[in-house]
Structure formats: structure tokens, C-alpha cells
Design a protein around this ligand. Sequence first.
Ligand SMILES: CC(C)(COP(=O)(O)OP(=O)(O)OC[C@H]1O[C@@H](n2cnc3c(N)ncnc32)[C@H](O)[C@@H]1OP(=O)(O)O)[C@@H](O)C(=O)NCCC(=O)NCCS
Length: 215
Amino acid sequence: MPASPPKEVVVLGAGGHAKVVIELLQAAGYEIAALLDADPTPRQVLGHGVQGDDRALDELRRDGLSLAFVAIGDNRRRVALAEAVRAAGFSLVNAVSPSATVSPSAHLGEGVAIMAGAVVNAEVTLGDLCIVNTGATLDHEVSVGMGAHIAPGVAISGNVKVGDLAMMGVGSCAIQGVSIGRGAMIGAGAAVVRDIPDGALAVGVPARVRRQADA
Ligand SMILES: CC(C)(COP(=O)(O)OP(=O)(O)OC[C@H]1O[C@@H](n2cnc3c(N)ncnc32)[C@H](O)[C@@H]1OP(=O)(O)O)[C@@H](O)C(=O)NCCC(=O)NCCS
């Protein structure tokens, strides 16, 4: 059987997070058709030229491109830009590393990144535009909200709920069944053993709320 042609994808973002995403999209069989960034200065990123900012989306769509990935680490900027990308007529693909382990019973939204070595176990739900970063582990029935970011090396036990736009910092963990609120920020290395309210910044072992902001 002839090999299917590579699928072309427009990547938005050209920073460090985008570099990881570009390599895993390629490993998953995508071809990078265009790279756009808020800083449109022409330059090369991993051998791909930056071709302008998101104002180029309409023209790329007219050229026949229809798949995109928003590779921006900041949760709110990623979600806002994804709205513009969808409004321009693009579908968001998922960027899943071939070396991640994703359960067949997991449910993935759109525009999701799952980096190398991550483990996504049975009946996990990942909302649109969330990031499961390098080596993070999500046990059974975890739910991660839209636009949330699970940083490298995070360990989440079963039945945990992570709210929309929340961030779990590098190496943090959560015991089974806790809820982390919308827009909450869990500091690097923290251990979440109680529910964390919307918009809270929590740090330490056990994690304690240090600041409270709007979610
Ligand atoms: C928690 C965090 C958001 C706080 O950032 P911040 O508001 O800029 O805080 P500061 O660096 O000004 O530190 C404020 C205080 O909190 C302490 N602190 C900061 N991060 C902490 C952490 N993770 N655990 C415990 N204490 C922490 C600082 O030591 C400082 O204490 P002090 O007031 O006694 O001196 C940040 O330190 C953090 O952990 N970010 C995670 C980043 C990450 O995982 N990125 C992954 C990218 S892929």
C-alpha cells in the first residue's frame, strides 16, 4: 500500500515550548507547513522560517492549509489564540509524542500536547488545548480542564480534577481525589493533599494557599 502523504500543519509559537512541539509533530508524521509567531521577525527555528504572525492565517487558509497547532506555553494566550485560529477556519490537531503512553480509554480534546515519556492512564479526560508535559503521569480517571498545563515530572493520582487554565508546576503532585480549581497555580515541587480553590497560588509540602487571585 502506498504511504499516505504527510499532513501539513501550521504551528503558532516559536519559543522553547514550540521547539518541543515541532519535533513531536514531526515524529508523529506531520510536516510543518508554516511557523507563525507574535514576533514576526524573519528567522529560523529548528530549520523552519517564521513567516509572520497570526495575521497570516487567512492567507494560509486560502492556500489550502487547514490544520494548526498552538504551541504557546502561557495558558491564557494559548486559549485566546486558538479561538482566532478556529475562527480562521483551521482545525486543531493533537501533538502526541510517539513515546508517550496514552490509554485507549482516555479521551483527548483538540489542540492537546502530550510530551515524551508522559503516561495518561485509563479513562483520563484531557480538555482542549491542555499540555501534559515531559514525563508527567496521570492516573485513572483524572480530568484535566481546557487550557491547563501539567508541567514536566508532575504525578497526579486517580480521580483528581484539574480545572480549566490551571497550572501544576514542575515536579508537583496531587493525591487521589483532590480538586484543583480553575486558573489555580501549583508551585514547583508542591504536594496537593486538599482541594485548592479557583485562582489560588499554592506551594509547599503539603501545598498551602499563599495568594488568591481571580480565576
Ligand atoms: C510558585 C511560583 C509560581 C511563585 O512564583 P512567584 O510568585 O514569582 O514567587 P517568587 O519567586 O517571588 O517567590 C515568592 C516566595 O515564594 C517562595 N517560593 C516560590 N516558589 C516556590 C515553590 N515552588 N515552593 C515553595 N516556595 C516557593 C520563594 O522562595 C519566596 O519565598 P520568600 O517570600 O520566603 O522569599 C513559582 O516559583 C513556581 O514554582 N513556578 C512553577 C514554574 C514551572 O513549573 N514551570 C514549568 C514550565 S514547563
